[in-house]
Write a protein that binds this ligand. Sequence first.
Ligand code: SF4
Ligand code: SF4
Length: 300
Amino acid sequence: MASGIIFNIQRYSIHDGPGIRTTVFLKGCPLNCWWCHNPESQNIHQEIVFWPDRCLNCGDCLKACAKKALTIRNDAFFTDKSKCELCASCVKACFTEARELIGKQISTEEAMEEIKKDIIFYDQSGGGVTFSGGEPLMQGRFLQELLLACQKEYIHTTVDTSGYAPWEVLKGISKLTNLFLYDIKLIDERKHIKFTGVSNRLVLDNLQRLTEEKMKIIIRVPIIPHINDDADNILQTGRLMQSLGLKEINLLPYHGTAASKYERRAETYPLKNQGTPSEDKMQDISSLLTDLGLNVKVGG
Ligand code: SF4
Ligand code: SF4
């Protein structure tokens, strides 16, 4: 039986596909989007994060660390990642929960135990389970086994993906997936590389292949002011959907709630002063797409 690394299981989710769902967040992502609201999802390995606002400077974590991986400089804590073995002794020693271990190794069986707890809600609401991330396709074998286990239980499955994975991985899970939530961020390749770290060619090729396989797909576009909210990008996205025979599109307005997560990880948030798109702007974008004959929904 396969196992994988997840960073969260969220029950009673209503934004990740139809009905009431359990969303399983798999850790690891090959993209590095400027607006990523789950920076803790990007690294496929377990990691320790630090919440400075919860820290009392008691030093208990330093005493607990046998590897001497923690130091204080100018009243700030630093973790030497080359020494840290992720034993989590510092996490257990910290009674204010200022240190947190992100990522948990879990077997398919353990994940299914959690997923099956809400079968009654899935049945009543037309819901099911959504595999998200990070990029769930990065743990292809684990994902495939989870999907197969869900299929055996007649649980509706959704995969929320960037589409950035070898076609063989996507093909391996496509027949086990009832619905794809497929992200299209930018059509211009150079901008895609700049803002996500990777080309979009694989993403667009895979989308075409999935449509050829007659998969059920909802396109998702995060709307990030001044990055991908221009009419040119929106219209190109809409026309691509038309050419592929896709009708459903969800627009996800940017929000800045991830800023504190970057602080916790001692990382710079590239969109620190970014505002959210106005209601008028979202309405304009929706109208452009509706005029192309697409079914637009704002939000997940
Ligand atoms: S044990 Fe927790 S509260 Fe105490 S210094 Fe370490 S991180 Fe801060
Ligand atoms: S996880 Fe273990 S090795 Fe790493 S800093 Fe904490 S106590 Fe030290």
